[in-house]
Design a protein around this ligand. Structure first.
Ligand SMILES: [Zn+2]
Length: 291
C-alpha cells in the first residue's frame, strides 16, 4: 500500500470554526432498522467528536446505536484520538482531561504498546483511499472494501523526532480497520442525506445493512472519487449532494478539509422519482437566467 505522507510540523493549533447553533431534525423511528419501539436516542450527523452539532432527534434505537458508537470510537478515538485532542476537538471524556493515548513503538526489534500523555502521543490523521464505489464502476465486486492508498497527516512532531525523544527505534502509526472506517463514512453520509432530504424522500436505502455489519457490501456503496473537489477550509467536514440520473443519491464528504485530504463518496439510496424530479426542477429554476 502506498501512503501519501504529509508533514504538518508547523501546525500550532489554528482556531477551529465553532458552530454554536444546534440544528436538529425530528425523525421518530430508528433510521437504521426502522423500529419505532423502545427508547430512540438522538443521532449526531456530523460526529460529536468532530464538533458536530447537527442531530436527528429520536433517530436511533439502542441496538443500532451500540453498533454505530463502536464505529465512531474506532475512528475518532483509536485512529485520530491524539490529533483530534491536539486540534481542540471536543471529547465525551470531559472528566478525564489528562486522558492517556496508546502508541505502538518498536524498541530493539520488539513491538509493544504504551500508554502515554498527549505530549508523547503520535498526532496523526489517517485517511484511507479506496476505489470508487463498485456501483459506479463496471468492475467485478466480491464484497468488503480494499484500501489502495492512504493520506497521512502528521501534526506537531514527526515520527522520527518522537522516536528519538522517547528513545525507541520507531513509533508506528495506529493500526486500523479500513472497513470500519468505510462504514463510519457511510453512517455520516447517510445522516446528512436524511437531514437534507428527509427519510420519506427515499424509496430504498442501500447502506444500512453495511453500516450495521449485516451485509458485507460496503465497497459497493462507499469509495473514494478520482478527483478532489472541496476547497481547503477550517471546518471539520465538507459535505456535498448529488442526485444521479437513476435517482440514486450520492453524498460526498471530506473530513478535515484544512489538510486537503481524501474525499469519499457514498451512494446512500434511491430517491422516489417524484421527489428527485422536484429537486431537479428546483435546481433548474435556480440556474435559469433571470429576466
Ligand atoms: Zn435500530
Amino acid at each position: 500500500m502506498r501512503s501519501r505522507l504529509h508533514r504538518y510540523s508547523h501546525y500550532r493549533g489554528a482556531p477551529l470554526r465553532k458552530v454554536t447553533q444546534k440544528e436538529s431534525t425530528e425523525i421518530g423511528h430508528c433510521i437504521y432498522c426502522g423500529t419505532t419501539q423502545g427508547k430512540l436516542t438522538e443521532e449526531h450527523i456530523s460526529p460529536y467528536g468532530l464538533n458536530g452539532l447537527m442531530t436527528l432527534l429520536h433517530a436511533s434505537c439502542s441496538k443500532c446505536s451500540e453498533i454505530t458508537s463502536k464505529l465512531e470510537w474506532h475512528v475518532l478515538r483509536e485512529m485520530w484520538g491524539a490529533a483530534r485532542t491536539e486540534m481542540g476537538y471536543q471529547t465525551r471524556n470531559k472528566k478525564r482531561p489528562d486522558d492517556l493515548f496508546s502508541i505502538v513503538v518498536v524498541k530493539n526489534g520488539v513491538k509493544s504498546k504504551r500508554c502515554v500523555h498527549l505530549c508523547d502521543a503520535l498526532k496523526v490523521i489517517l485517511l484511507p483511499i479506496f476505489n470508487i464505489p463498485a456501483i459506479l464502476d463496471t468492475r467485478d465486486y466480491f464484497g468488503g472494501i480494499e484500501r489502495i492508498s492512504q493520506d497521512q497527516f502528521v501534526l506537531v512532531e514527526q515520527q522520527e523526532d518522537l522516536a528519538r525523544r522517547l528513545d525507541v527505534d520507531k513509533v508506528c502509526v495506529p493500526d486500523y480497520d479500513p472497513e470500519v472506517f468505510a462504514r463510519f463514512v457511510a453512517k455520516c453520509s447517510y445522516g446528512y442525506a436524511i437531514a437534507r432530504y428527509g427519510s420519506e424522500a427515499f424509496e430504498s436505502i442501500y447502506v444500512c445493512s453495511a453500516i450495521l455489519g449485516k451485509e458485507n457490501d460496503i465497497g459497493k456503496w462507499v469509495g473514494s472519487p478520482t478527483t478532489r473537489e472541496f476547497k481547503v477550509r477550517k471546518t471539520p467536514m465538507s459535505v456535498g449532494f448529488k442526485i444521479l440520473t437513476d435517482n440514486d443519491v450520492l453524498v460526498r464528504i471530506k473530513m478535515f478539509p484544512r489538510f486537503d485530504g481524501a474525499e469519499y463518496v457514498t451512494v446512500v439510496g434511491r430517491m422516489r422519482k417524484f421527489c428527485a424530479d422536484q429537486y431537479r426542477l428546483m435546481r433548474k429554476g435556480r440556474e435559469a437566467p433571470s429576466t
